[in-house]
Design a protein around this ligand. Structure first.
Ligand code: NAD
Length: 243
């Protein structure tokens, strides 16, 4: 049977491209979305034209109950989950001193708690089959920190820590846990940047271009096919950050 993969926040941007790449490579894709129903339906329709069926499921994965319902849907339908891609995320630019408890809860819950609950919900099934692959979409800011994005950096650093620790805990169950830490990728998340700002950023990047969602999706596909990489934070950033 083909592999079954849940991708959170898959209606647009990086998640959407991951969904497309995997679906086109014979992975059974469950594309989660929260608010963008129209985009999710368009993704489904786009793949249907290629005779590929995916499931699109609405759930706010920062809420335990909705995450549980998403996983239940998948297990009822396919009985197993081979891959979880924790991609859903939000960013925000704000002075640290101005951040509120609401900002903390929103960013940490969306970016980090969602990965915690989704992982907890899928792990028992992966342990049962002694096989699984969890991929956390992190960020270079979780590695080097970003001014005006302290909460975002905290959430992604937490994700990196979770990746390493969980990889050790789940290795004996043959479940691999890795993170991908993108640099700057052209998606709606960066829609606030002007053309001039994007060009200036390109000058700072050794490979002289902003990343594409495909650059990340290719790595996800590779991590699923691989079977000896775990606990790693793989940064795909055109050489912008080298540590
Ligand atoms: P995006 O804003 O286009 O996509 C994020 C997706 O997550 C959206 O579809 C959104 O609806 C979904 N989402 C948000 N909260 C959700 C929730 N509670 N439940 C379910 N879905 C939810 O941005 P993107 O660039 O595609 O970002 C994808 C991931 O990549 C994020 O985790 C982001 O932090 C990370 N990332 C992006 C960049 C970049 O430059 N674009 C760089 C580093 C890391």
């Amino acid at each position: 049977m083909e592999k079954v993969a849940i991708i959170t926040g898959a209606s647009r941007g990086i998640g959407r491209e991951i969904a497309k790449q995997l679906a086109r490579n014979k992975v059974k894709v469950i594309a989660n979305y929260n608010q963008s129903e129209k985009e999710a339906k368009e993704l489904k329709a786009e793949l249907e034209k290629e005779n590929i069926e995916i499931d699109i499921i609405k759930a706010d994965v920062s809420k335990r109950k909705e995450a549980q319902e998403l996983v239940k849907f998948v297990l009822d339908k396919y009985k197993k989950i081979d891959v979880l891609v924790n991609n859903a995320g939000i960013s925000e630019y704000k002075m640290f001193i101005d951040e509120t408890d609401e900002d903390w809860n929103k960013i940490i819950n969306t970016n980090l708690y969602s990965a915690f609950v989704m992982s907890q919900e899928v792990i028992p099934n992966m342990v049962h089959y002694k096989e699984g692959c969890i991929i956390n979409i992190s960020s270079i800011w979780g590695m080097v920190g970003a001014s005006l994005e302290v909460l975002y950096s905290i959430s992604k650093a937490g994700m990196n820590g979770m990746t390493k620790a969980l990889a050790k805990e789940l290795g004996p169950s043959n479940i691999r846990v890795n993170a991908i830490a993108p640099g700057i990728i052209k998606t709606d998340m960066n829609a606030n940047l002007t053309q001039e700002e994007l060009e200036n950023l390109e000058k700072e990047i050794p490979l002289e271009r902003i990343g594409k969602a495909e650059d990340i999706a290719k790595c996800v596909k590779w991590l699923i096919e691989d079977n000896y990489t775990t606990g790693q934070v793989i940064s795909i950033n055109g050489g912008w950050t080298i540590i």
